[in-house]
Design a protein around this ligand. Structure first.
Ligand SMILES: NC(=O)c1ccc[n+]([C@@H]2O[C@H](COP(=O)([O-])OP(=O)(O)OC[C@H]3O[C@@H](n4cnc5c(N)ncnc54)[C@H](O)[C@@H]3O)[C@@H](O)[C@H]2O)c1
Length: 285
């Protein structure tokens, strides 16, 4: 259902690969709310993925670009302002990739070339995007920029590997750039820390099924889906959140504030059943 929250706004959505992508859902929702947008993804993703279908459906120009390449990013902003007819009001950075995760390198056996690539694609691309936009003065006053992140930036999650470090850097860039861009142009920059979500990138995380199940049960509101995330992005791109900036916003059904739930406690206790003495007391070891 549309409330026309983004009527007349122009946006760029980076990172829609297929209909499971969080960026895909965001693109559909922002258009439903009255925005006009362009889409961008790597030339390879444009060839191999289904982003073209989305572009056609939303009547959005698809601009191939490697987000680690400054010249490509300049092109995205130039073309976007050209086809949309003015400066940009919102940008979604929904980009992540770790060659170490892909190649199953353990965190204590990282390949450092690959680590550089992880950082460049998953975090520094955000800085490049912001620096390009600011130098071109491509974002309108009170514009809103969001990057998607994950709680492993704050708390260790098994197998999230070097992506945890990339997300910590991404969130720091949002704060550091948010200060400068806010002070000079009233542009706000935030990260949304999303629940584990079934997508192509999400499936790369070892044990994603157990992770999804655990956080679903642990969160009082359950996991936030990609569609829920799209709704939250609409709110963050709208004028209703004009004074929110430099924040890492948890969007996870409450998971990040939980330490122990009733059910987890029961489950935990069960695991000690075989370690009880004759009086039923747990033998800790
Ligand atoms: N899926 C989850 O569980 C989850 C949870 C929290 C945060 N996130 C974050 O959400 C974002 C979107 O991921 P997703 O889960 O929708 O998966 P996805 O695989 O659909 O999206 C990742 C996108 O990054 C793009 N990309 C990779 N390298 C690029 C480059 N050099 N230049 C431009 N684009 C590039 C891919 O083509 C793809 O479209 C990522 O930042 C991810 O870390 C995902």
């Amino acid at each position: 259902m549309s409330s026309n929250l983004l009527k007349g706004k122009r946006g760029i959505v980076f990172g829609a690969l297929n209909d499971m992508s969080i960026a895909w859902k965001v693109a559909e929702r922002v258009v439903e709310e009255g925005a006009t947008i362009t889409l961008s993804n790597t030339p390879l993703a444009v060839r191999m993925g289904t982003t073209n279908e989305l572009a056609e459906k939303l009547n959005a120009k698809l601009i191939p670009a490697d987000a680690t390449n400054v010249e490509d990013l300049k092109q995205v902003f130039t073309e976007s302002m050209d086809v949309l007819g003015g400066k940009i009001d919102f940008v979604l950075h929904s980009i992540g990739m770790s060659p170490n995760v892909r190649k199953k390198r353990a965190y204590d056996d990282l390949d450092y070339e690959m680590l550089n690539t992880t950082f460049d694609i998953s975090a520094i691309s955000f800085h490049k995007m912001l620096q390009v936009a600011k130098k071109m003065d491509a974002i309108n006053e009170w514009g809103s920029v969001i990057a998607l992140t994950y709680m492993a930036a704050q708390r260790t999650v098994v197998a999230y590997n070097d992506m945890a470090d990339a997300k910590a850097l991404l969130e720091s860039i949002a704060r550091s750039f948010g200060y400068i861009y806010g002070r000079e142009h009233n542009v706000r920059i935030n990260t949304i820390s999303q629940s584990p979500t079934v997508t192509t990138a999400g499936s790369g995380v070892k044990g994603i099924d157990s992770l999804l199940d655990f956080s679903e049960r642990m969160s009082p509101l359950g996991n936030a889906t990609a569609s829920d995330c799209a709704d939250y992005c609409v709110a963050m791109f709208s004028d209703l959140t004009r004074k929110v900036t430099m924040q890492n916003l948890f969007h996870d059904g409450g998971f990040s504030s939980m330490a122990m739930s009733y059910r987890a406690m029961q489950q935990y206790n069960k695991s000690f059943d075989e370690f009880k003495d004759e009086n039923g007391n747990i033998i800790y070891g």
